[in-house]
Design a protein around this ligand. Structure first.
Ligand SMILES: NC(=O)c1ccc[n+]([C@@H]2O[C@H](COP(=O)([O-])OP(=O)(O)OC[C@H]3O[C@@H](n4cnc5c(N)ncnc54)[C@H](O)[C@@H]3O)[C@@H](O)[C@H]2O)c1
Length: 313
């Protein structure tokens, strides 16, 4: 199949591109704001287009046609979305609308990377199933929900099949340790480079940490079962909550760091607990995560040790 991955030069996108390559013709659209050319195999065509640039996007999609579009290009930093909600909306809402408009003539299958961490809000029962009403609190979560709703509406009217994947907290090799997102990458990088590690709040807040290879295998599982996944929304996570303290101690042990974390006041508006039910995708496709937290963290630490990614930043 001819496949386009927007945001394909980024963390998750580049792993997805690698996994798709053996069987498909893959192209990438990315403005390289956080993504990097080096993340991609040489043979993959990279079109440096900003999804806010509707004309450039339309021009590209007039001369290239795709069977499937994985839409991952996004502003992913919750704190940035709080400080600059308009910029976040321009990329995550308007950019998504530009893509939908530009795709209307080709009617490919659009698979959207949404968020399970920022869309549901605080829920009393964990893990959270897809049937729970979204109650996003940050502009990032609101913009992702808007993206979902626009995709359902516009793709639905255009008879363009779509699938929405609500990803939990993804971690793994190549994640940028210098933003606010990606606590595993931040802890790993700081512990390996002997910098202090900060934990906001008491560290007992929990998240659903899912290894990037498991997320990629979820995307591939969806691709294998179009009839069961068209026009559906699925969570992608592990179903298990892990505290930030536990995560810190795991990474500290694997990096053989002897430091202790510094506890700072909690960030306002931060969720206390999150974990996603993954039953729906499991039943539809047979997919399930393969990596334990220990195994995923080990892979991540080893890759950071070998590549020292971003060390000169
Ligand atoms: N990492 C996570 O834990 C997580 C969790 C839930 C959802 N997601 C979603 O998964 C997707 C990929 O996230 P990631 O962690 O790989 O982040 P990332 O920042 O590594 O990847 C995003 C990519 O989009 C590109 N991009 C950003 N703005 C763009 C624009 N205006 N035009 C074109 N390209 C642009 C960036 O250069 C980058 O390559 C995003 O949609 C994100 O919202 C990620």
């Amino acid at each position: 199949m001819r496949i386009l991955v927007t945001g394909g030069a980024g963390f998750i996108g580049s792993h997805l591109v690698e996994a798709l390559l053996p069987k498909h013709e893959v192209s990438v659209i990315d403005n390289l704001s956080t993504g990097r050319r080096e993340n991609l195999p040489q043979e993959v065509p990279l079109y440096e287009i900003d999804i806010r640039d509707k004309e450039a996007l339309c021009r590209h999609l007039l001369s290239h046609s795709y069977d499937v579009v994985f839409h991952l290009a996004a502003q992913i930093d919750v704190r940035t979305s709080v400080e600059a909600p308009l910029r976040d909306a321009e990329i995550n809402i308007i950019g998504t609308l530009h893509l939908l408009e530009a795709l209307r003539k080709q009617v490919p299958w659009i698979v959207f990377a949404s968020t399970g961490g920022a869309i549901y809000g605080e829920k009393p029962q964990l893990p959270i199933p897809e049937s729970e009403a979204p109650q996003p609190e940050s502009p990032y979560g609101i913009a992702k929900l808007a993206g979902e709703l626009y995709i359902r509406s516009i793709a639905g009217l255009a008879k363009m099949p779509y699938t929405i994947l609500r990803l939990a907290n993804v971690y793994g090799p190549r994640q940028n340790p210098h933003g606010e997102a990606g606590v595993v990458a931040i802890f790993t990088h700081r512990l390996l480079t002997k910098q202090p590690v900060f934990i906001y709040g008491d560290g007992e807040q929990t998240r659903d940490f899912v290894y990037v290879a498991d997320v990629v295998s979820a995307f591939l599982a969806v691709l294998r079962y179009p009839q069961r996944t068209h026009n559906e929304t699925f969570n992608v996570g592990t179903g298990k909550p892990t505290s930030v303290n536990r995560l810190y101690h795991l990474i500290a042990a694997m990096t053989e760091a002897e430091s202790v974390p510094t506890y700072l006041p909690p960030k306002p508006g931060e969720l206390r607990h999150n974990a996603l039910s993954i039953q729906k995708l499991r039943v539809a496709t047979g997919w399930q995560p393969r990596y334990t937290l220990e195994a995923g963290i080990r892979q991540t630490v080893e890759s950071f040790q070998q590549r020292r990614p971003f060390s000169k930043l």
